[in-house]
Design a binder for this molecule. Structure first.
Ligand code: 10E
Ligand code: SF4
Length: 318
């Protein structure tokens, strides 16, 4: 055993971090469906964007597919927490399949908003990231052409609505709070009559996780966000860290992705986790730091969360 003394390091652990209520519910839905119907249970798209979560559910008998036509009609199918276009449950019904929708209630709320505005004759502008499943699901609530997508402030100048006086906006739930505020200003400036939510549709979990990163960013030499590359909310946390002044802000799926040489000399490091990253992976990262440093953990808690969503009745009765 080496007699070298480990260097000291303060590890600022952001709170809230990790699982949100929508992710917790979606994972429970898959587990309860497996208990109720046995394996295999099909899941359309990764239930949440985390390989560790997906692999553990696969081990229990879940089968992950991208499209409904990859599922047999005689097994249940679950729709991921990100939401699905209207055509998907319609097709499942047509094929007489058993399905459970694990769309987060806060995403469904945006779907309802879009429908309400559409029914009032307004065309929609959605702020979100092109190709993301939540964006595809939300845009897919309305007929083709009824939702115009903007990703940046610059995009606002490029859209051509049917009637600029009859517009509403909605947003993806996992966006950067600050970037979105700038896009909303641009929308209000170009379309003074546009209607929308009080601020945007970014959810409590996204907002809280970004605020806690901001609270630690000024004190740290490096930030590690535990999350997957396809996890929008996790990637936003990395950007928030950089924007708030942390020079080295990195996304890691697990401890083995940490580049230890890149943080040589660091004395204060921040750790947080995206809404789809399980706490065991945070423990793994903290342990990896303890192996190399004399670690002092400082919890920086900027909010308390007590949101919980019920699973659908069909599973509660199980
Ligand atoms: O890529 P996202 O952040 O949208 O998804 P995630 O699975 O990483 O985290 C949960 C967030 C959901 C389901 C979207 N509101
Ligand atoms: Fe729901 Fe927000 Fe979690 Fe998405 S990030 S699943 S909207 S609580």
């Amino acid at each position: 055993m080496s007699m070298d003394k480990k260097p000291p390091l303060t590890l600022y652990l952001a709170a809230p971090r990790g699982f949100c209520a929508g992710v917790d519910r979606a994972i429970k839905i898959v587990e309860m469906a497996l208990q109720k119907w046995g394996a295999p249970v099909y899941v359309r798209h990764e239930i949440v964007h985390n390989k560790f979560v997906v692999d553990s559910l696969r081990d229990k008998g879940a089968v992950f597919v991208e499209e409904l036509d990859e599922c047999p009609t005689d097994r249940p199918v679950i729709f991921s927490a990100h939401g699905v276009p209207k055509a998907v449950p319609a097709e499942a019904k047509r094929r007489e399949m058993v399905y459970v929708d694990a769309t987060c209630p806060l995403v469904s709320k945006v779907h309802v908003e879009a429908e309400r505005h559409h029914a009032a004759g307004l065309q929609m502008v959605m702020i979100g990231h092109a190709g993301h499943p939540e964006v595809l699901g939300t845009m897919g609530q309305l007929p083709e052409g009824e939702v115009l997508l903007v990703e940046t402030v610059e995009d606002v100048a490029g859209i051509t609505p049917r009637d600029p006086a009859r517009l509403a906006f909605i947003t993806q739930t996992t966006l950067s709070v600050d970037d979105t505020a700038a896009i909303v200003v641009a929308l209000n400036t170009r379309f003074p009559a546009i209607v929308g939510p009080a601020k945007e549709d970014i959810c409590y979990a996204t907002t809280n996780r970004q605020a806690s990163v901001k609270a630690i960013a000024g004190r740290i030499d490096a930030l590690f966000v535990i999350g997957a590359p396809n996890s929008s909310n996790s990637r936003r946390l990395v950007e928030v860290g950089s924007a708030a002044g942390c020079a080295y802000s990195q996304l890691v799926m697990r401890a083995d992705q940490i580049d230890w040489r890149a943080i040589e000399g660091a004395r204060a490091v921040g750790v947080t986790a995206g809404a789809s990253a399980p706490e065991v992976l945070v423990d793994e990262v903290v342990d990896a730091f303890r192996d190399r440093y004399e670690v002092t953990v400082e919890l920086v808690e900027t909010a308390r969360e007590n949101v919980e969503f019920k699973v659908p009745r069909v599973l509660r009765e199980a």
